[in-house]
Design a protein around this ligand. Structure first.
Ligand SMILES: [Zn+2]
Length: 374
């Protein structure tokens, strides 16, 4: 990143240091003078060194050499990772079933399959409609069977993408896909991270695929994994634990997980929920609006609102970074990214509690209940 860090926060404008169109200092796209209107930049030393277990396959020799890692979990079920993404395929003895095809793996997924079997890909399952997990689906050609939830088909018909062909087989609640005697149980339990996001389970091998709910060894990615329905996302942790599984593929971080990882993720999520409710009942909006009489009302209100949400978010984040977790460690010692992304997860949880959970009553004729805000 050149020497741009030394200019951080000094009001330099992007484009300075250009000579004859060649950037020798700050790239033209680098904006660092927005102050409170922009996003802050960070430095490596702002954050803890992550726990080593969270590295997954990242530094394995075969991955460094080939650009991907493929590993048989059990009985013909393979886990593949590359480019920070994970997916699965199954060798049935008479055709391969692929579960997701992230564009960051792309054609390296074809190499990974060819490395372990000569069988052709006959089926593909879409976990959900997001391009970052199935954006290479078209590389299997037009003739395979594509299975997904009916919501996924609806979304891909509504927002067509040649790289994500519309599924040929859909279901609404549960479906068993059986190919050459190999069974995969597909289940939709309602909207969570996205509409149509399904669980894919190999019961005999005890392998579960549940994408974008949690990340083994990591905190949930920013904003509770960009989830659409936080109540459904929270519930999904329990739905995962209802399965009898030894391996779980979660879609990210170049790692598969175990039951233990899910329990840890659930504990982290439960802590955020607990501290969010505590914050909503502790932080006082009045503290920030009481001086609004002076100055332009709209600006004062905006500032009060921003500070109120900042206070809520910082309250939760501080509690999360201080709490002793069930094994005696701090979250930032236990999960990669806790000191980076907890603030984003806290902010989203706070906002979604406001939207999805009735938690502080409603306006009465004789005035607002204690702690009331919209
Ligand atoms: Zn997604």
């Amino acid at each position: 990143m050149s020497d741009s860090h030394q200019h951080q926060g000094h009001g330099h404008h992007a484009g300075e240091g250009h000579k004859d169109g060649i950037c020798d200092c700050i790239p033209s796209w680098y904006v660092d003078h927005l102050g409170q209107a922009g996003m802050p930049y960070v430095k490596i030393e702002d954050y803890a060194v992550p726990p080593e277990e969270s590295h997954g396959s990242l530094f394995l020799p075969d991955r460094l050499a080939k650009g991907y890692h493929v590993e048989e979990l059990r009985g013909g079920v393979y886990w593949v990772s590359a480019g920070w993404y994970d997916c699965m395929f199954v060798s049935t003895g008479n055709g391969v079933i692929v579960v997701d095809a992230p564009p960051s793996l792309g054609e390296r997924l074809l190499d990974a399959i060819a490395e372990v079997t000569d069988e052709p890909v006959t089926h593909m399952i879409y976990s959900h409609w997001h391009a970052d997990h199935i954006g290479a689906a078209s590389m299997f050609g037009p003739d395979i069977i594509r299975v997904a939830h009916e919501k996924t088909r609806e979304l891909l018909q509504r927002f067509p993408d040649p790289d994500r062909p519309v599924p040929t087989v859909t279901f609404s609640k549960d479906m068993t896909l059986e190919v050459n005697g190999f069974k995969l149980e597909l289940s939709y339990k309602g909207q969570n991270h996205s509409e149509g996001n399904i669980f894919i389970y190999a019961p005999e091998q005890k392998v579960l695929v549940a994408i974008d709910i949690l990340a083994p060894g990591w905190v949930a990615f920013k904003d509770c994994d960009s989830s659409e329905n936080i109540s459904g996302w929270i519930e999904a942790h329990d739905q995962i634990l209802e399965y009898d599984f030894d391996f779980i593929i979660c879609g990210h971080v170049s790692r598969y997980g175990t039951r233990e990882d899910v329990l840890t993720a659930k504990e982290y999520t439960d802590d955020i929920i607990r501290f969010s409710y505590e914050a909503l009942h502790t932080v006082e909006l009045e503290h920030f609006v009481k001086d609004m009489g002076e100055g332009p009302y709209r600006a004062a209100f905006r500032a009060a609102e921003e500070n109120f949400f900042a206070a809520l978010t910082n309250y939760v984040t501080q509690k999360m970074l201080e709490v002793k977790t069930s094994n005696g460690q701090l979250w930032q010692e236990r999960l990669n990214g806790a000191d980076v992304m907890t603030k984003n997860n806290a902010y989203t949880m706070l906002q979604k509690i406001r939207l999805e959970k009735s938690h502080n009553g409603y306006m009465k004729r004789d005035g607002a209940p204690e702690g009331f805000f919209l």
